[in-house]
Design a protein around this ligand. Structure first.
Ligand code: SAM
Length: 245
């Protein structure tokens, strides 16, 4: 019977490819890849000869139907994204849902993930955490999303493109206030770097240079939210007492 494997691949360092991931990619009937050119390089490096087909966000419907019909034919499919775990700010969730609805086994093959790697070395409280992924590109939407994140007490994990980092950090400081932040840059790669400080410091840093490489943002949660809640509760209780007299 058909089976869908979700295979984690490196986020930079090829040595992070797991022994099991290699075996699954070699044994699968087909590898469904976000970008076949990109995955072809990985396959060449590891001598994987399994045929590739493309499954990306612009062909979810057509690509999904194709993958489902392959599962019905009894094929084993290994789904990979360009880096890290499929489905995590990457294509995959759609076909996972469809495969489950049709009772095909869906098997995770764990591997590297940028957000969790950033979190564990950030020095900020690792749990509870809240994974957000990418904020919206538009300034207005992004600000609205930050407003929604403002009261969260969990450590918050975000992805951001280098050319948007500067503006995003500025919006964060303006909306979330000056809390602690860690920028994890080029994880697992040669120029891996952690910038640990406050949002104000991060904004300042981002203004003094050209920002290059891949970044994860790890943000401290709202430490005063609970206190504010208590205040608000006490206030409303007083109000209701007043109403009842
Ligand atoms: N599926 C991936 C995962 O499991 O981590 C995430 C894919 S998402 C499209 C790409 C974003 O992840 C980048 O814009 C960056 O924010 C983050 N990222 C990926 N690789 C990274 C790395 N080596 N160092 C820091 N951030 C990285």
């Amino acid at each position: 019977t058909g089976c869908l494997y979700l295979v984690g691949t490196p986020i930079g360092n090829l040595e992070d490819m797991s022994v099991r991931a290699l075996r699954i990619l070699k044994e699968a009937d087909i590898i469904a890849a976000e970008d076949t050119r990109n995955t072809k390089k990985l396959c060449n490096y590891f001598d994987i000869e399994t045929p590739l087909i493309s499954y990306h966000e612009h062909n979810l419907a057509v690509g999904g139907e194709k993958l489902l019909s392959m599962l019905h034919e009894g094929k084993t499919i290994a789904l990979v994204s360009d880096a890290g775990l499929p489905c995590i700010s990457d294509p995959g969730a759609d076909i996972v849902e469809k495969a489950i609805a049709q009772n095909f086994p869906v098997v995770p093959v764990p591997g590297p993930n940028a957000a969790i790697s950033a979190l564990i070395a950030s020095g900020l409280t690792p749990q509870p955490f809240f994974f957000y992924g990418f904020l919206n590109r538009g300034k207005k939407d992004r600000r609205q999303q930050l407003e929604q994140l403002k009261r969260r007490q969990e450590t918050i994990l975000l992805y951001e493109a280098p050319h948007r980092l500067k503006d995003t950090l500025k919006d964060m400081e303006a909306i979330l206030g000056n809390r602690r932040v860690v920028l994890a840059r080029e994880l697992t790669k040669k120029f891996e770097e952690f910038l640990r400080g406050t949002l104000a410091e991060a904004v300042e840093w981002s203004q003094t240079q050209e920002i290059r490489g891949e970044f994860c943002i790890v943000l401290e949660g709202n430490s005063s939210a609970e206190e504010e809640d208590e205040h608000a509760k006490a206030y409303w209780e007083t109000m209701s007492i007043i109403e009842h007299v």
